[in-house]
Design a protein. Structure first.
Length: 239
């Protein structure tokens, strides 16, 4: 454990600018650094769910030129981003909290979640497109989040801060109202779901009218669709 913390201190305290790693670990300097910078308490990775903890990693390519090119491409090391996978039960605000960012920033990096895009066209009623996308996040799908880095000892390292970002910063009342819209799908009330759950919900919706009765009309591509009246003796229409 002590050697592992020494390696961390080697870069965090910029000892890499004055001596080699092996030399540092064996030197009295590393022991003094260890006393003044004790090992950080281990984080339970399972707590990453639902916005509790986010583990930051370096985006370094292993070389100064590679890191510099990466930072320039992103428009600056502080504007670097990364992709995170959506976990079961995640909401957009959970992901924002876990990555110490705001909903507005996530909408900017993931335009499909933006508010003000008009009706979704998927559900009946004035349900917005952004709300539909937010509430139908699929488990395992990727979302782009900010991952600001800085150059330390000629390498990219994550910026660590104790300052908490207000998740709802700059979110207006109309946007809150839009994001709180309910979609007519009982399995998608809150949090991400699996694709199988979505298909099950869609199937249930399609067969609901058929159980009460409906006629089947053949479609051009070979499929069929159900409409009202079949149980009452509706005919099959060919197109």
């Amino acid at each position: 454990m002590s050697d592992a913390q020494k390696r961390t201190n080697y870069f965090d305290l910029k000892r890499d600018e004055t001596m080699a790693l092996n030399e540092y670990i064996k030197s009295p300097v590393s022991d003094r650094d260890l006393k003044s910078n004790p090992p950080v308490k281990k984080i339970n990775i399972s707590k990453r769910q639902k916005g509790k903890v986010s583990l930051k990693k370096s985006q370094s390519t292993g070389s100064f030129l590679g890191d510099l090119k990466k930072a320039i491409t992103a428009g600056g090391s502080s504007k670097l981003t990364k992709k995170v996978k959506v976990k079961k039960g995640d909401t957009l605000s959970d992901i924002a909290k876990a990555n110490n960012t705001s909903l507005k920033m996530l909408m900017q990096l993931n335009p499909k979640f933006k508010t003000g895009q008009g009706p979704s066209g998927k559900y009946v009623g004035p349900i917005s497109k952004g709300t539909t996308q937010q509430k139908e996040m699929r488990i395992g799908s990727n979302i782009v989040v900010p991952d600001p880095q800085s150059f330390q000892g000629g390498r990219l390292k994550p910026i660590r801060t104790n300052k908490k970002t207000d998740v709802y910063k700059k979110v207006t009342k109309p946007e809150f109202k839009e994001m709180s819209q309910k979609i007519p799908n009982s399995t998608l009330k809150r949090g991400a779901v699996t694709m199988a759950m979505k298909k099950k919900a869609t199937k249930k919706k399609m067969t609901k009218g058929y159980a009460r009765g409906g006629k089947i009309s053949k479609m051009r591509m070979g499929g069929s669709k159900m409409t009202k009246g079949y149980a009452r003796g509706g005919a099959i229409k060919k197109k």
